[in-house]
Design a protein around this ligand. Structure first.
Ligand code: ATP
Ligand code: MG
Length: 136
């Protein structure tokens, strides 16, 4: 069954949105397969966003991800990669629709609450990166 990597970013954890976000994925019908709270080092954050390493905002993005604990999760279900991205909403919260996580809880692109894998292949890579110990 398809799996995706979902991460509640430091602002989402600090603002107490963990339960709200997990509830949305649960109510949609997805299955939680792995979850942990961890504070990331720079090297892991840089690997996670390696595709963006040439972007001008890369260092700011990495600093944001290491600024506090994140909740790393694996969710499973039919079409979960694409549907998960729909639940999350557009990257820039100014453009994300109300009813989506970013559309309901974020206003700043640099603090947009949550990450979701953008394709099945990147989900596989991200799950291996964040859960090297494997999931049950
Ligand atoms: P994520 O990968 O975190 O789920 P995304 O897939 O919607 O977000 P990406 O293009 O992968 O968007 O960018 C990763 C993150 O980098 C975004 O969530 C955002 O915080 C930041 N970002 C992207 N584009 C910009 C930009 N133009 N200026 C500032 N920050 C940006
Ligand atoms: Mg992305």
């Amino acid at each position: 069954m398809e799996q995706t990597y979902i991460m509640i970013k430091p602002d989402g954890v600090q603002r107490g949105l963990v339960g709200e976000i997990i509830g949305r994925f649960e109510r949609r019908g997805f299955i939680l397969k792995g979850m942990k709270l961890l504070t990331v080092d720079k090297s892991l954050a840089e690997k996670h966003y390696a595709d963006l390493s040439t972007k001008p905002f890369f260092q700011k993005l990495v600093n944001y991800i290491v600024s506090g604990p994140v909740v790393a999760m694996v969710w499973e279900g039919k079409n979960v990669v694409t549907t998960g991205r729909k639940l999350i909403g557009a990257t820039n919260p100014c453009e994300s629709a109300p009813g989506t996580i970013r559309g309901d809880f974020a206003i700043d692109m640099g603090r947009n609450v949550i990450h979701g894998s953008d394709a099945v292949e990147s989900a596989k890579k991200e799950i291996a990166l964040w859960f090297p110990e494997g999931i049950a």
